[in-house]
Design a protein around this ligand. Structure first.
Ligand code: TXA
Ligand code: MG
Length: 350
């Protein structure tokens, strides 16, 4: 499985591979995708196989321009209000980290949508992704390029390390800018519903279409019947490092000292929290930081920067094999809800 730096030549080669039914990992602005021809059931089956992904978890179909939307989605099945919401969201937030769930066209095999009558569609902002899609079949199904349940890949190395020889080619376009998967919004059921918080903040969506439902990402146990999940991929345990991870609300992390938590890693949302934590245990002379790994997602507390660093930092911490990762939750604005969603799932072992 060669890793090739992005160039005209490597993009053409990747597009050829997709057209021939092969699998290619490629950069997007959110995370790296594991792409195959969205119209080819054999390619789709290979995607599920390579990831070890359950068949009930549908894929996102990526297009290169708005004109291609109707090749995968049947917009005639939307009511007037839904059509208006679609125009507002697609015209203002595409290309970008937003996925829209729409009525499916028959041309899209049932395997892509796990038998659902709807299809999730995304128009990515990443130039390489769009060129690859346009030069291949115009519709590329791509989940995140990680083994099912593991941390999402934001660098080509993450893909190479975890999916090894299961794919034909990896296109290396450097680190993903956004660092979190797209926000998934269902437009098929009355009021728009956020099924997965992600790289487009809820505020940006509500500014365009008004109040949205967020029912989709309430805690869902993996034991629940797949058919009853609003977004089948939203299992409670997901995006997980190999080390156990505990999430901490706000200041609850300050009670932990490095000496009592020997061999642990601490992941702070911002620099101010890390300093407050350090001074709290120093005052009570509970110990020092030897053997403890400390990471900060954003020194200044910027949720966009924190999101961009989240998976990369978790990959780095996980490689050090800490006994446990203690992670502080982000504030609930901007990309905070998406960061917290990933951290809570990473911390869930059900
Ligand atoms: O940013 C992203 O969205 C990345 C990049 C590669 O584009 N892709 C990604 O795909 O995160 P994946 O497969 O890891 O996540 C797809 C999510 C899952 O939660 C899945 O359940 C949901 O989208 N989904 C797909 N089709 C759906 C449908 N028809 N109805 C409801 N949810 C759907
Ligand atoms: Mg994924």
């Amino acid at each position: 499985m060669p890793t090739l730096k992005v160039s005209d030549e490597s993009i053409r080669q990747a597009a050829q591979t997709v057209s021939n039914g092969g699998l290619v990992a490629f950069p997007t602005e959110t995370v790296y995708g594991l792409g195959g021809d969205a119209f080819n059931p054999v390619a789709l089956a290979k995607i599920f196989e390579a990831k070890g992904r359950p068949r009930f978890d549908p894929l996102i179909v990526h297009i290169a321009d708005l004109g291609a939307l109707e090749t995968v989605a049947d917009l005639s099945l939307l009511d007037t209000a839904a059509r208006k919401n679609l125009s507002l969201l697609s015209e203002n937030l595409w290309p970008g980290p937003l996925t829209l769930v729409l009525p499916k066209r028959q041309a899209v095999p049932d395997l892509a949508t796990s038998g659902l009558p709807t299809v999730a569609v995304r128009l990515p902002a990443h130039e390489t992704a769009r060129r690859l899609i346009a030069l291949s079949t115009g519709a590329v199904a791509a989940p995140s390029a990680n083994p099912f349940g593991y941390l999402s890949p934001t660098m080509a190395e993450h893909v190479a390390q975890t999916l090894g020889d299961k794919i034909d080619l990896v296109l290396d376009g450097g680190p993903s800018r956004v660092g979190l998967e797209s926000t998934v919004v269902d437009l098929c059921n009355g009021r728009p519903t956020i099924l997965r918080p992600g790289g487009t903040p809820g505020e940006a969506i509500e500014a365009l279409v008004g109040k949205v439902d967020a029912g989709g990402f309430a805690d869902r146990g993996a034991g629940q019947l797949a058919g009853s999940l609003p977004s089948p991929g939203m299992l409670k345990s997901h995006y997980a490092p190999r080390s156990p991870l505990t999430v901490h609300e706000g200041e609850s992390l300050y009670a932990l000292s490095p000496s009592e938590e020997g061999g642990a890693a601490f992941l702070f949302f911002d620099g101010a929290s890390r300093r407050a934590w350090a001074s709290s245990f120093k005052r009570s002379s509970k110990g020092e930081t030897a053997g403890t790994t400390i990471a900060v997602l954003s020194e200044t507390g910027d949720t966009v920067e924190a999101a961009a660093r989240l998976f990369q930092t978790l990959h780095e911490l996980d490689r050090l094999n800490p006994k446990r990762i203690h992670a502080q939750l982000a504030p609930e604005h901007g990309l905070g809800p998406a960061i917290n969603d990933r951290l809570r799932r990473a911390g869930s072992r059900e």
